[in-house]
Design a protein around this ligand. Structure first.
Ligand code: NIG
Ligand code: FE
Length: 409
């Protein structure tokens, strides 16, 4: 089956095969072709060119009517499997309590764990699938999803099974992360819970791709993180880490030392963190939706890029610190609050997001042989307008593996 996308004003996000991430000055460059066509075959990009070429034959022709065609967003950090919501804490935050204060009172992540324990697996799946649907219709084609609201073997496995079910039924790419070490589960001592997380690893690794740890004061120390990441690696899981969200914690250093694919959050970093990331395979991943919602500092993305590093941006979609999976808003925050150029923000939410979930050899750019996961914009849109006119509907349709998914944008 071959579909021809014709009348594309700009084909944006063209990357040569083999380029798996962008760093430093490359972050400001987006490969484009104007007045273009693209041929999709069996779910993958088969070829593309400009309208001066002879157009290839196809079974199906999609007239893009002067819209822009770009890769779907790759959201490399989410917690979208959760039960209910935490709107009570929203009011607490308005009244002045901080994220850490709510957590210290037994709310926060533990609140979500209580809700999850009282929710059936089918209902949990139903709620999460609705969020996935919403994210796809807003342009996301690949999603990393973490466990971490189970906080005991039964709850964590329940979450990993729900993520696996999403992986099987969703047209989006889904990667699964075991985040048993998100908070110490009720009824455990700190040490006892770290032991429990390590004991869960073999069973979790049958369903997950990655292991993650919330390395933060009041949660898990760099030493805990090192132990848990090594236990994950022994079971074939690739490490990721929540680092430097609320404090300079040593989380970035321990993540890089243990070969983390990404270090995420990074609201609180200095020159030492930049230095340790240089030359590593680890993708710094910033979550501006969480900074926005918690009124926290934004990661210093520009400094990272000026130091030659790459940066990915992700939504962190979760009920406590970022209740939105809108990657276009993430891109806008990247530009407005972090002063990234639209091109830098674009690379951060596409190719570099794909790298941060280990799929940039098959997704995240317009490349022959990669998945045909696209956003087709309405006519007249440019890359700059997407974050600039940050609330105006811009998507005409989302395509995953070449199949039209639609939008509610
Ligand atoms: O990435 N910081 C830790 N984990 C999530 C928040 C989870 C929650 O509050 O439910 C985050 O921001
Ligand atoms: Fe997170």
């Amino acid at each position: 089956m071959r579909s021809l996308f014709r009348n594309i004003s700009t084909l944006a996000g063209i990357v040569p095969a083999g380029v798996l991430r962008k760093q430093g000055a490359e972050m400001g460059q987006v490969g484009t072709l104007h007045d273009a066509w693209l041929l999709e075959e069996d779910g993958l990009t088969a070829s593309f060119g400009t309208s001066s070429d002879t157009l290839p034959d196809a079974d199906n022709v999609i007239d893009c009517e002067g819209g822009m065609l770009m890769p779907a967003f790759c959201d490399s950090h989410t917690h979208i499997v959760y039960a209910g919501c935490r709107d009570g804490e929203f009011i607490d935050k308005i009244n002045g309590l901080s994220y850490a204060e709510i957590a210290a009172r037994g709310g926060g992540i533990l609140n979500s764990a209580d809700l999850l324990h009282n929710t059936s697996e089918d209902e949990l799946y139903r709620q999460a699938a609705e969020r996935v649907d919403e994210m796809i219709s807003k342009g996301t084609g690949a999603i990393e999803i973490k466990s971490g609201y189970g906080l005991n073997p039964e709850g964590e496995m329940k979450m990993l099974r729900v993520i696996d079910r999403i992986r099987q039924f969703s047209p989006a790419v889904v990667r699964s992360t075991f985040l048993g070490a998100h908070a110490v589960g009720r009824g455990y001592t700190h040490e006892g819970y770290v032991d429990e997380v390590c004991r869960m690893m073999p069973e979790a690794s049958a369903l997950a791709d990655f292991v993650d740890v919330f390395c933060e004061e009041g949660f898990f120390t760099p030493a805990d993180a090192a132990r848990i990441m090594e236990a994950g690696k022994a079971c074939g899981l690739l490490p990721k880490i929540h680092a430097n969200q609320l404090h300079v914690s040593g989380g970035v250093q321990v993540g890089v030392e243990h070969g983390a694919l990404s270090v995420d959050h990074l609201e609180e970093t200095g020159p030492a963190e930049i230095e340790v990331l240089r030359g590593s395979g680890t993708m710094p991943t910033m979550l501006p939706g969480s900074s926005f919602f918690l009124r926290a500092p934004y990661g210093k993305a520009r400094e990272f890029i000026e130091a030659g590093l790459g940066v990915a941006l992700a939504s962190d979609y979760n009920p406590g610190s970022s209740p939105s999976g809108d990657m276009r808003f993430v891109m806008a925050l990247g530009c407005i609050r972090m002063r990234l150029t639209p091109e830098q923000a674009f690379n951060a939410v596409t190719l570099n997001g794909a790298y941060a979930m280990g799929i940039s050899d098959s997704a995240g750019s317009i490349t022959v042989g990669k998945r045909a996961d696209f956003i087709l914009t309405r006519p007249g849109w440019t890359l700059t307008k997407i974050p600039y006119l940050y609330q105006t509907p811009f998507i005409r349709s989302v395509f995953l593996l070449g199949q039209e998914y639609g939008t509610n944008n």
